[in-house]
Design a protein around this ligand. Sequence first.
Ligand code: NDP
Ligand code: OXD
Length: 320
Amino acid sequence: MAAGHEAKRVLVVKSGGEAAVAEWRRHFQAVAPHIDVHWWDDASVSPERVDYALVWEPEPGRLAAMPNLRATLSSAAGVEHITADPAWPRHLPLLRAATPEASQRMSEYVCMAVLALLRDLKRMVRQQAVHRWDMFTTERAATDTCVGILGLGAMGAHTAQMVRGLGFEVIGWSRSRKALDGIECHAGDDELPAFFERCDVLVCLLPATPETEGILSAKTFALLPKGAGLVHVGRGSHLRYDDLAAALDASHLCGAFIDVFEEEPLRSDHPAWAHDKIFVTPHVGAMASRRARAVFFATQIAKFERGETPDGLYEPARGY
Ligand code: NDP
Ligand code: OXD
């Protein structure tokens, strides 16, 4: 990236706590030395001086109190931690951390999870815990297994190709129809029931919107083939946990990975922790490194200031 004669900009950061600011500063400095990085609560930076805010869960009203803010940068791919603030500055661009690194990491996570469900990793973990050598084989190979991905955006499309590379048949569903090499693409609510009926493993990579709320419910699970698995890496609002537990307990579903919950961190007495068919992971699906996010946002700020459309732009009308 050109580090030339750009005007100085002030970026305040609330992501990873104050301890992370030095690292953010170092990464921005390397690619965009004209961007001065400060901690969100730095008393020496008056709200009028702030050009950009890179945030995770900003306190309600704080962004609105920055009169010269040019854009809000979400340190995550999802943005509901910002749009939950009734006063968030919706007239300004809101950019999601849609880095290629996050797509790569998400794809790796989903590959790990679908293979673990395919080969019954839970059973191996249980056996090892009691030192039991008990050879077993699972019903089918990847080539006999269909993985269905809800959401074919930045994460879903990349994930679909990596899962396909493992030998699985991959189908996907999105709002608008996609054309992805080797992936059967479905679109719209009308095609959803037939899509679910095909999924031996269902992967959720949707954003949290009113339309997608509760999409992983008893009605959906009933449509999945018996023995299907779930990999949930979307948002907590998608999943009706009790419906999932019921489908697992009835052995209609074989197992699930859940990376996202309505309340995070997940409380220590939540039943998911102890469910023997569930892997709980602490929202680690895709978080990109600070370096990758700093490079991404420095690039997008440059594009935005040249009058171009930056990548990862949130569209209020769509809600994602
Ligand atoms: P994108 O905005 O790039 O893609 C979203 C996809 O969902 C698009 O394909 C979109 O369809 C589809 N979609 C949205 N609403 C609907 C709907 N009502 N019906 C059908 N399809 C719909 O987002 P990303 O791929 O970057 O991220 C997706 C989500 O993954 C995030 O919002 C977040 O919830 C989750 N995530 C989780 C992470 C984790 O660590 N667990 C990390 C990163 C993301 P269309 O293409 O037609 O617009
Ligand atoms: C998310 C992320 O949005 O980790 O979940 O980026």
